[in-house]
Design a protein around this ligand. Structure first.
Ligand SMILES: Nc1ncnc2c1ncn2[C@@H]1O[C@H](COP(=O)(O)OP(=O)(O)OP(=O)(O)O)[C@@H](O)[C@H]1O
Length: 216
C-alpha cells in the first residue's frame, strides 16, 4: 500500500510551521524523517494519523484521495511520545493488541517476570519498550513512530531495528528520531524537514550542509 500526505499547511497562533509538505510511506519500506527541534515532525505524524487538524492537507491511499481521518478508515497505529496504553497487566495488553507475549519475552527474557505486572509497575524505558513492541507487531498497515529509540538501552534499540526490518514486509513504517544514525541505518527513504518543507536526503554530508549535524 502507498500512503501519501501532501500539501500540508500548518500554523499555530499565526506562526507557519509547515508549508506544502509532502511525505510518502509504502509497504515494504521504512521511511525516516529527520529535522531540527521544532521543525514540525511530531505535528506531521499527528496530521497523517488524523488527530491534529491543520490549514490544508491531502491524504492519498494507493493514489486515491480521502478527506477522512486516516485512523478512522485504515488500520494505522501511532506511537506518540507520551504513554497511550492503559495501566493493565502485560498479559491483558498483549491480548488486546493480539500480539504474542511469548515472542516478546523470548526476545527480551528480562520481561518474563512482568507478565502479570501492570504497566505502571515497569520503569519508563521498559514501558516504552512495551509500547513500541505492541505498535510495531500489531497488524496495522501503516505504523507511525515518534522517537522510538529515545530512552531505550542500546541493546533494545538494536532489537527494535531488527523487528522493524522484519515487520516492513507487511506494513508501511514512518518514523522520526534524533538518534539519526539509527534512523539512517534502517531507512529505505529519508526526508529532512527544513523551513516547513521536506526534501529527500541520504548522506551525513547532506545533513551537515543542512546544519543538522557537525562532523569533527
Ligand atoms: N499545540 C500547540 N500549540 C502551539 N504551538 C505548537 C503546538 N504544538 C506544536 N507547536 C509548535 O509547532 C512547532 C513544531 O512542533 P513539533 O512538536 O511538531 O516539532 P518537532 O519537530 O517534533 O520537535 P522536536 O524535535 O523538538 O520534538 C514548534 O515550534 C512548536 O512550538
Amino acid at each position: 500500500m502507498i500512503f501519501e500526505l501532501d500539501n500540508v499547511e500548518l500554523s499555530f497562533n499565526g506562526k507557519q510551521i509547515l508549508y506544502g509538505l509532502y511525505i510518502k510511506a509504502e509497504t515494504g519500506r521504512i521511511t525516516g524523517i529527520l529535522g531540527s527541534n521544532g521543525c514540525g515532525k511530531t505535528s506531521l505524524l499527528r496530521i497523517f494519523f488524523g488527530n491534529l487538524s491543520c490549514n490544508n492537507k491531502l491524504v492519498r491511499i494507493n493514489n486515491k484521495g480521502t478527506l477522512k481521518k486516516l485512523y478512522s478508515i485504515e488500520n494505522v497505529k501511532f506511537l506518540s511520545q507520551t504513554n497511550f496504553l492503559p495501566n493493565i497487566s502485560l498479559k491483558k495488553l498483549f491480548n488486546i493488541y493480539r500480539v504474542s507475549l511469548e515472542e516478546f519475552t523470548e526476545k527480551l527474557p528480562s520481561f518474563r517476570i512482568y507478565k502479570n505486572f501492570k504497566l505502571n509497575e515497569l520503569s519508563g524505558g521498559e514501558k516504552r519498550m512495551v509500547s513500541i513492541w505492541l505498535t510495531i507487531k500489531s497488524d496495522a498497515k501503516l505504523v507511525l513512530l515518534d522517537e522510538p529509540f529515545t530512552h531505550l538501552t542500546p541493546v533494545y534499540t538494536e532489537i527494535i531495528k531488527e523487528e522493524l526490518i522484519n515487520e516492513k514486509k507487511n506494513k508501511a513504517i514512518l518514523l522520526t528520531d534524533h538518534l539519526y544514525k539509527d534512523i539512517m541505518e534502517i531507512s529505505d527513504e529519508l526526508y529532512f524537514i527544513k523551513d516547513g518543507c521536506s526534501r529527500a536526503v541520504s548522506t551525513t554530508d547532506e545533513l551537515e550542509k543542512l546544519g543538522y549535524v557537525t562532523t569533527p
